[in-house]
Design a protein around this ligand. Structure first.
Ligand SMILES: [Zn+2]
Length: 441
């Protein structure tokens, strides 16, 4: 129906200050298209049957039987929303809705439905079901868009952003040999879901091919829930650096070596662990730093630890901030090493995850869409990795967060209310329509 289309366009132009000329007399009507909270909730529940765990939540690891069955369910929902469904060579499910102007690039929206073992029912799932809801609303109300829309469900997000890495041409050949949670090598998994690991280049989308990428996702943290804010406008996905920190002491007899003649590597490690926390807490910024793993050698109750290898992880939206925190920790480590006569060395592990800021104008469009809907919003970083971080390499990318109750995620206790899911979906809808109307031009 053109009337409702014009209505939506009118509101978007008020909010975003950009877009095509409106038919004269068009009336703004924000009620015209609205996400169906009950339908979203029902679909989340139906999807959670695939890989359901007895105690709640799901284990729908990529390429498992549950994942394959869940993918079929998603394809069916896409077809019901009028989308033409295909699977690219990386195994990404793509549902396409043609726009009126084939010369325009595609607006892509979506997330993933694979999970970690022992997961909840919302991480990724909401982004796919919400994106399908957007296209279903357009379909049901006969609203056309100028740009072609594509809803994507990415392959194996939890196993290392496999589908989005392939789509952006950044999936290394060695990643295909990695054994996924399913027990299958990623190469075989991609084949099992209908992809073709030998022709991954066909899944690649070049810069310019996509007008934008938008991902709706649960926050997986407690900020929105605790602050009572409806929508998170994601500033970017934080970068991550990892180090193995090795502390060398002297292993010796725990009974015969007096307390004042020890060079105990574990004591230095304990001091350094506390220092990491103190530095991360006291330095200005929003970085986080964690010691998550520690191994003492030889690891016997009656031997003074001669060597400790511990992990150090630092995350922030700015690479310089990560480096700053790292340098402060290294300086502290030097003084611990001298005082305790236990040399400390840092070896960086290549996890290759640079900060991925979202597109500045996409943030404004998302915030404007939330305002239009009367929803409160807040600019925030994402501390967790998402497919959106890969997509920033090839398209203006935006990300919409909705509250996670208690900030719990990767757990059967993960929960987001139907109202919050519908809010996020409505923001996604408005964002897509604003982009279609030229808000990014
Ligand atoms: Zn996710």
């Amino acid at each position: 129906m053109n009337a409702c289309k014009a209505g939506i366009r009118a509101i978007l132009i008020l909010c975003c200050g950009a877009g095509a000329a409106l038919p004269p007399g068009a009336v703004a009507d924000s009620e015209t298209l609205a996400a169906n909270a009950q339908r979203i909730e029902q679909r989340i529940t139906e999807l959670s049957a695939f890989g359901a765990n007895p105690g709640g939540g799901v284990s729908r690891v990529a390429f498992s039987k549950a994942d394959i069955a869940g993918r079929e369910y998603i394809k069916e929902l896409m077809r019901k929303a009028g989308l033409v469904v295909r699977v690219d060579t990386a195994g990404n499910i793509i549902g396409r809705r043609e726009g009126s102007d084939p010369s325009l690039p595609v607006i892509m929206l979506g997330s993933h439905i694979d999970s970690v073992p022992g997961a909840g029912n919302y991480d990724g799932d909401l982004g796919v079901i919400g994106a399908i809801e957007v296209t279903q609303l357009l379909h049901e109300h006969g609203v056309g868009t100028r740009h072609t829309l594509e809803v994507v469900s990415f392959t194996d997000e939890e196993g290392g952003l496999i589908g989005s890495l392939a789509m952006t041409g950044r999936l290394g050949a060695s990643a295909l040999d990695v054994v996924s949670h399913s027990g299958m090598a990623i190469r075989d998994g991609i084949r099992a879901v209908g992809g073709d690991p030998d022709r991954l280049q066909l899944a690649r989308r070049k810069p310019g091919e996509l007008k934008a990428f938008v991902e709706l996702h649960i926050e997986q943290g407690a900020v929105l829930h605790e602050d009572g804010v409806d929508i998170g406008v994601v500033e970017g996905i934080v970068g991550i650096r990892w180090w193995d920190v090795t502390i060398d002491g002297v292993a010796n007899h725990a009974g015969t070596t007096p307390m004042n003649r020890r060079r105990d590597a574990l004591l230095s490690a304990a001091e350094l662990t506390l220092a990491v926390n103190r530095i991360a807490t006291t330095l200005a910024g929003r970085h986080v730093a964690t010691v998550g793993r520690i191994r003492a050698e030889p690891g016997a109750p009656n031997v003074i630890p001669g060597r400790v290898v511990m992990s150090l992880e630092i995350r922030d939206l700015a690479a310089e901030q990560i480096e700053l925190v790292h340098q402060a920790i290294v300086a502290e480590a030097r003084s611990i090493a001298t005082a305790r006569q236990t040399p400390i060395s840092f070896a960086e592990i290549d996890v290759a995850s640079a900060p991925a800021p979202t597109h500045e104008r996409m943030r404004r469009i998302i915030a404007g869409s939330a305002e239009l809907l009367g929803l409160t919003h807040k600019l925030m970083p994402s501390g967790a990795g998402h497919d959106a971080q890969d997509m920033t390499h090839i398209a203006p990318t935006g990300m919409i967060f909705v509250p996670s109750v208690g900030g719990i995620s990767h757990s059967p206790k993960e929960y987001t209310s139907p109202k919050d899911m519908a809010n996020g979906t409505n923001v996604l809808l408005r964002t897509v329509l604003a982009i279609d109307d030229g808000a990014l031009d």
